[in-house]
Every structure is written in C-alpha cells, then in structure tokens.
Design a protein around this ligand. Structure first.
Ligand SMILES: C[S@@+](CC[C@H](N)C(=O)[O-])C[C@H]1O[C@@H](n2cnc3c(N)ncnc32)[C@H](O)[C@@H]1O
Length: 230
C-alpha cells in the first residue's frame, strides 16, 4: 500500500507499537499501511457511513491476501463510540472538518479521556480544534505542515496534559509550528492572511461593521505582524 503525501505524513507521526483507531477511515488505507509496515500490530478502523464502510471492507479483503488477516478490525459506528474506554492508546481523526472532530471527542468523553495520544488533521477550523484541545486538557506536542496535490494540510498531535499559555493568535497559526518555523510556515501564514482578508472583504461588502469585523481586523494585523517576523 502506497500512501499520498498527506496520509504518509500522518503515518509518520504514529508511534511504533501503539494500539490505534482510525476514525472516519473511509478506504482504511492508513490502518492497512500501518499494519503492513509493522508500525502497529493491530488497528481498529471506524466508519459511520455505509458507502465508505463497504469501501474499507473491500480494501481490507484485498489486503488479507497480503497477510493483514484479522489485524485491521472494521467497525461501523459514530466516532469514538466504536471503541471501549482503555482499549486504544492512539486515535487518528483525519480528513474531517474541525467541528466534526470536536463533536467526535465530545461525543464519547469516557473514551476520549482514556486515550493517550491524538493525531488530528482537520480540513477546516484547525484553530477551533487547537482551542478545544487547550481548553480540555490536551497538550499539543507536535504539528506538521504538508502539501499534497497542491493543497496545504495541518496535522496536529496532542497528549493529555496541561498546555503552557500562549498568545490567542497561535491557535490559528499553531504553537509548535510557530516555535519550529518549518519551511511551509510562510505559505500557511499567507493562506491565513488571505482567508482573513476574504472574510473582512465579505463583511465590508455587506456593510457589516459589527464587533466581529474588528476582531477579524485585529487578527489580520497580528497575522501580518507574525509574517513580518519570519
Ligand atoms: C474525507 S473522508 C477522510 C478519510 C480518511 N480519514 C483520510 O483522511 O483520508 C472522511 C470520512 O469520515 C467519515 N466520518 C464523518 N463523520 C464521522 C463520524 N462521526 N464517525 C466516523 N466516521 C465519520 C465519513 O463518512 C468519511 O468516510
């Protein structure tokens, strides 16, 4: 199994020998790859929708021919409800929106509290995910940026523990990304600046100069100041 750059970057963040669930597994490419490469000895693949569940079943059946028998367990269900508290150490939640990921974490609090490590790749609303992690006893210990097929993705890993306080704007940028300044950080900041410009332009076009407008304007000036420091 060969992974694209985004899923490969996620796979590279999985600790050797951990027990793992991939929530929203779709084709189950990630858990099959991790078992094939002997990074994990078994994995649970969770999926809520019938179509992707069937697609995952098909990939697992095909992979069985290559000796992945019984090592990837496919479970149909909503979010973390497919596992028991204490069953799994690492949960991957990738390719979903930030609000969905937060909903999954809040939807099964006993399971979420029993996890040791989260690997999260939100498609949108990464800032909301970081804020949620910060407010709910998770410490962001690593962040990675990766470009796949021309699109920039943010991957966040977190462990249970109290996070040091940081500036509000780092929920948007990523506290570890800001500290480590990887080469793609300039592209990430440019995208955040463009997004904020678009929001402000839309509000101005609708003559909406509410408090929110000034919050976004302040965010824009903070992002531009950070960009100038690079
Ligand atoms: C775009 S796919 C991402 C697949 C894969 N994780 C990846 O990153 O390539 C999102 C998948 O998440 C599933 N999903 C969405 N909400 C879910 C939930 N609450 N529980 C389990 N799966 C969910 C969808 O059905 C879909 O198959």
């Amino acid at each position: 199994m060969r992974l694209g750059a985004r899923l490969q970057a996620i796979a590279d963040l999985v600790e050797q020998g951990t027990s793992l669930v991939d929530i929203g597994t779709d084709h189950a490419y990630l858990p099959i790859y991790l078992v094939e490469k002997k990074i994990v000895s078994r994995a649970v693949a969770g999926e809520v929708s019938d179509g992707p569940y069937k697609a995952a079943q098909q990939t697992i059946d095909n992979a069985k021919l290559q000796g992945v028998q019984g090592c990837v367990q496919l479970r149909l269900g909503d979010g973390l409800q497919v596992i028991e508290p204490g069953e799994i150490e690492t949960a991957v939640m990738a390719g979903m929106g930030g609000a969905t990921i937060i909903g999954i974490l809040e939807g099964a609090p006993r399971v979420a509290h029993s996890l040791k490590r989260l690997i999260i790749q939100p498609m949108v609303a990464a800032a909301a995910v970081r804020r949620w992690l910060f407010d709910n006893g998770w410490y962001i210990d690593n962040e990675v940026l990766v470009v796949d097929d021309g699109r920039l993705y943010e991957i966040i890993t977190a462990e249970q523990g109290e996070a040091p306080k940081h500036e509000e704007i780092l929920h948007d940028i990523g506290p570890v990304l800001w500290r480590r300044k990887p080469p793609l950080l300039a592209m990430h900041l440019d995208q955040l600046i463009q997004q904020t410009h678009r929001i402000l332009n839309g509000m101005a076009a609708g003559n909406n100069y509410s408090d929110k407008y000034y919050i976004y304007a302040e965010k824009l000036s903070q992002l531009e100041a950070k960009k100038a420091c690079l």
